[in-house]
Design a protein. Structure first.
Length: 319
């Protein structure tokens, strides 16, 4: 019997939790916590691909590049994503190697620097929406817009931030490399931060200033690999209806057609649960067996059916 396969998407703030400064020591400690859960899944014999966010790290990388301008070379957003893939991959690899060894599991762990193709004519390039980097005062934001051509927007009443394009991912460049590693049962970390955004140009790839949504990229990777299960690990322990409102209701087991009805009714905001629900439904429509949304603390239990929200393919009699 073939081993069960899964893509596990780790939330963007898993390594830098609320109230933390984001120091490397804090990130290492959080990586150990993540890795314990993943090691418990490996005990079941599952073949896993781990994806992750990079929101805090890519913002810090951009800030370093900005403040060091004139003294060292500047980095475009594609290079910043590549740098954080390596940084986070290194931290996760070490933590996973340790926790797997402590669990009595002897296998390699590797990180694949992953490029993700977007279309040069994607509408997202005309309407940047993804906030990145630090907050600025109004006067500083206006200066950035004037001198650097950045588009600046007010974000959550905490100041002004740069917004960049978030185009749709259409292809994983290193897909066959990732597939080969997965088939060998090696634990692979890939598509970090949604992947390095590139466009095809004269038969080659060119990096672009954009941020790819990590949930959409994870769903694309899961579909391309034809894994059994796609898992989104986030701050919430379930998908909720009326989230943080009177009558809040957790979904434990739901079919994709029912979830689509809730999605169409506006239950899942685009800045939080929306992309995960969207990614789950895409994966299931493409033939996936199950999608799971859960908290990091419940990750191991959720994958074996004891926690989280389990999303199943649409019912055959759905209209």
């Amino acid at each position: 019997m073939a081993a069960r396969t899964a893509v596990i998407a780790i939330g963007g703030n898993a390594l830098v939790r609320a109230g933390e400064k984001g120091s490397i020591s804090e990130q290492i400690a959080n990586a150990r916590r993540i890795s314990k859960a993943i090691a418990s899944l490996k005990k079941t014999g599952m073949h896993l691909v781990i994806t992750h966010g990079n929101g805090p790290q890519v913002g810090a990388q951009l800030l370093r590049s900005e403040r060091a301008a004139g003294q060292v070379y500047e980095q475009g957003l594609d290079v910043c994503v590549a740098a954080t893939q390596g940084e986070i991959g290194y931290i996760l690899q070490q933590a996973l190697q340790l926790e797997l060894r402590l669990a009595g599991i002897h296998q390699p762990v590797t990180t694949v620097l992953t490029q993700v193709v977007v279309r040069a004519d994607d509408p997202g390039f005309q309407k940047p929406t993804k906030p990145i980097g630090p907050f600025y005062s109004l006067s500083a934001a206006e200066e950035k817009a004037r001198l650097s051509g950045w588009k600046m927007v007010e974000d959550a009443s905490r100041g002004y931030r740069r917004v960049v394009a978030s185009p749709e991912p259409v292809e994983i460049v290193e897909l066959e490399v990732i597939r080969s590693i997965l088939d060998q049962g090696i634990l692979v970390i890939a598509a970090g931060g949604g992947g390095i955004p590139v466009v095809r140009e004269n038969g080659l790839f060119r990096g672009v200033d954009a941020v790819i949504d990590k949930d959409r990229a994870s769903a694309l990777l899961a579909m391309a690999l034809a894994v059994d299960t796609l898992v989104f690990s986030t701050d919430a322990d379930h998908v909720y209806l009326r989230f943080r409102q009177p009558g809040q209701c957790a979904l434990h087991r739901v079919h994709a057609d029912e979830l689509q009805t809730y999605y169409d009714a506006g239950e899942f905001p685009p800045g939080s649960m929306g992309p995960k629900v969207e990614g789950a439904m895409r994966f299931l429509h493409a033939g996936g067996r199950e999608a799971v949304v859960t908290s990091l603390d419940d990750l191991a239990g959720a994958v074996i059916g004891q926690a989280g929200t389990h999303i199943l393919p649409a019912r055959r009699d759905a209209s």
